[in-house]
Design a protein around this ligand. Sequence first.
Ligand code: 13P
Length: 256
Amino acid sequence: MSQQRKKLVVGNWKLHGRLADNAVLLDAVAQAASRLPEQVKVGVCVPCPYLAQTQTLLAGSVVGWGSQDVSAHLQGAYTGEVAAEMVAEFGATFAIVGHSERRAYHRESADLVAIKAGRALTAGLTPIVCVGETLEQREAGTTEQVVGVQLDEVLARLSLEEAARIVVAYEPVWAIGTGKSATAAEAQAVHAFLRKLLVARGAEVGGVSVLYGGSVKPDNAEELFRQPDIDGGLIGGASLKAQDFLAICNAAAATL
Ligand code: 13P
């Protein structure tokens, strides 16, 4: 089945960036992405203040862009929030929702993440729905239960047509920013489980892309991306270094 799905590599800049640095990085990404086969799609999710710059510098390129979160609200007295519709106005196509850093540091519940995914879809964005277990949960043997509930909460709120438009990212919390990626076999096992849940919702939902995230680097990307149920990556630290990010995009192309 993975043969039919395109590869997708998305950078998550997190709380990084400055106008001058972004310009250099975005230019390098746009140029390199133009040389990739069209079955490899590339995106960057930037801090919201840089959406305008990203829109300007990536206009006409094959690279997509988006935010790292959206509000669960449409509008109103919600100081500091950014609505999905606002993000979409910058020509964005992606919005990460439910990243483990937001679940942990902002106490985002599975239900809230599901509402955010719905808001992104209504605004015409592709929500990249992150799921993943902590080290304690993995050691307790509850990985499948944890990621299953996280995904099911989102799917339960969406119509089948909407569910078919999401992207899922499996990001084990213990692998994020630690330099300790899941092995290809560990990641594939969870991806296969997530795929089973998606397929159970019907053929169209079963075709949703499932990305792996957590210490993806140029030297482990290709092996991860070669797994049958891994459709690409959500890249943190390595997405800030043009050379590393481009090497990871090339690794995706090498698996076609
Ligand atoms: P790192 O690639 O820095 O481990 O981060 C992964 C991540 O959280 C992407 O969303």
